[in-house]
Design a protein around this ligand. Structure first.
Ligand code: XMP
Length: 510
């Protein structure tokens, strides 16, 4: 079965992925295509609706992205947002001009006509604006459906041609009833049936994988992260023992993490291979203190270990990877097959003899991957795992990575995570962990002088991990963590909390 499709035509707007996610949250499948490939993709994929995104350009710029007129002749409903609206207006003979000043932020928007697009929105609603150019003269055949104080045409329509456009951003949460607008476009204008559900996706993928793989063998490198775990679970459900998962335990994972991953997968039908490679990694890391060098060594060793295991298995037909949709979009919108690099160094496929790649998650956003995990009945601790860097604790042990420092860090980090969860703070914090510094300071325990390590705690809130703020963890919680760690973990006598945001700091310390 093929899902109904909405195509988001990307003009370089910062919210392109967000629009697609909003559409999918309303149970309609959605893909993003660059504007210069849009017409071909429409012919090929036959969407039920098209959305033009915003973009940083002015329609009058020489190099501003344009769209072929043909797109308006397919009789497929179109919704233009921001730049998308200006482009539509310009194409149909309207006038777009630069306003005196940029309109940015929440604005009250007033309804002028009860268009299908906004029929479920109030007559006065708050919307999110971010523009300088705006339409000052409507193209022929278009009606104004909304305006704001400074924007005479905040929403327009040409009902006959099924073209709708708004100057604001309904995809942004600050637009109070943005979801209603998108819903009306999907269900009242494009007549979507809402056939995109995780259960359907799961069942379709299981069938598809079975068909593709036949009786052949598949190999997957399982890191224990969300994407590769969900990928393993989905493949296992489709092809059972034809799947071999190689889980490289680097010895750089958090407390009990290796056992948890093993626990979750070893009972499945798949062939689960755990390689305990701690000694190999520690040997390679001996004496190394430079963060970049540590990352490189860990990444390379991971590949070597995987390669050694793959050699034992012999030739495989398919290599599976947990590539997800943002990776696909970011690397040129589905042009080429993306090979997700492990630990941010070279890809695995170079070293493994395989015929083709399988990437069953390449259509999914991260939150959808998690939903799929739940649909597959995976344990929640795996599905809602916070991000963990490929090089693992190797970059949370400052200076040389030793068994002793790793053990201290694992114990301290486990207490921190336990207390955060107990306090219910895990819902407010995007990522939190401990770092063992390379510093020793003087302390006093009972009647004795101590000279032990300083431990740093880090907690951040973020949506995209590109920027982040330090988490305001309540003092009482920090206090409990501190008391417990110094009492329960040997060799730590001082604890500090990292209060820098990103930028200027990064989330990880190395
Ligand atoms: P930074 O430290 O760059 O981290 O602010 C941003 C996010 O990325 C994670 N991170 C990594 N993830 N391989 C990964 O897969 C890596 O080498 C790596 N380094 C950092 C980090 O945990 C945070 O979520």
């Amino acid at each position: 079965m093929k899902n109904e499709l909405i195509l988001v035509v990307d003009f370089g707007g910062q919210y392109n992925q967000l629009i697609a996610r909003r559409v999918r949250d309303l149970n309609v499948y959605c893909e993003v295509v660059p504007y210069n490939k849009a017409v071909n993709e429409i012919k090929r994929k036959k969407p039920i609706g098209i959305i033009f995104t915003g973009g940083p350009n002015s329609v009058y710029d020489e190099k501003a992205p344009k769209i072929e007129k043909e797109i308006f002749e397919f009789n497929i409903p179109i919704l233009g947002l921001c730049y998308g609206m200006q482009l539509i207006s310009q194409t149909f003979g309207g006038v777009v001009e630069k306003a005196d000043k940029k309109e940015f932020g929440k604005t009250l928007c007033i309804k002028d006509k009860n268009s299908k697009l906004i029929s479920n929105m109030k007559s006065e609603t708050t919307v999110w604006m971010s523009h300088q150019d705006q339409v000052v003269k409507l193209p022929e055949g278009f009606d104004c459906i909304q305006h704001t104080d400074t924007c005479p045409y905040a929403g327009i329509e040409n009902e006959e041609k099924k073209i709708y456009a708004v100057q604001y951003h309904p995809e942004v949460n600050h637009s109070e009833e943005g979801k209603e607008l998108i819903k009306s476009f999907l269900y009242d204008i494009c007549n979507a049936s809402g056939d995109w559900t995780m259960q359907n996706f799961m069942n379709e993928q299981i069938q598809k994988i079975k068909q593709t793989v036949g009786d052949k063998k598949v190999l997957l490198a399982l890191s224990g992260g969300v994407d590769s775990s969900v990928c393993a679970s989905l493949l296992s459900k489709s092809i059972g023992s034809q799947l071999t998962c190689v889980f490289v335990d680097t010895g750089l994972m958090r407390k009990n993490e290796g056992d948890e991953v093993e626990e979750a997968f070893k009972n499945d039908e798949l062939n689960f291979v755990r390689v305990n490679a701690k000694d190999r990694f520690l040997e390679k890391l001996k004496g190394v203190t430079d963060p970049e060098q540590k990352r490189k060594i860990i990444g390379e060793e991971f590949i070597r270990v995987f390669e050694d295991e793959a050699k034992k298995i012999g030739q495989v037909d398919y290599l599976a990877q947990g590539t997800i949709y943002p990776d696909v979009i970011e690397s040129g919108l589905g042009d080429a097959k993306v090979i997700k690099s492990h630990h941010n160094v070279g890809g695995l496929p170079d070293v493994v003899d395989f015929k083709d790649l399988i990437e069953p998650l390449r259509d999914l956003f991260k939150d959808e991957v998690r939903r799929l995990g739940l649909e597959l009945k995976m344990p929640e601790y795996l599905v809602f795992r916070q991000p963990f860097p490929g090089p693992g604790l190797g970059i949370r042990v400052m200076g040389e990575v030793t068994e002793e420092k790793l053990e201290i860090l694992r114990n301290a980090d486990a207490i921190f995570r336990e207390e955060i969860a107990k306090a219910g703070e895990d819902k407010n914090i995007s990522q939190y962990f401990a770092v063992i510094t390379n510093n020793k300071t003087v302390g006093v325990m009972g009647d004795f002088r101590t000279y032990d390590y300083t431990l740093a705690l880090r907690g951040v809130t973020t949506t995209d991990f590109m920027t982040a703020d330090w988490a305001r963890i309540p003092y009482e919680v920090l206090d409990r963590v501190s008391v417990r760690i110094v009492n329960e973990v040997e060799n730590i006598n001082r604890i500090v909390y990292d209060i820098t945001s990103k930028p200027p700091a990064t989330i990880e310390w190395e």
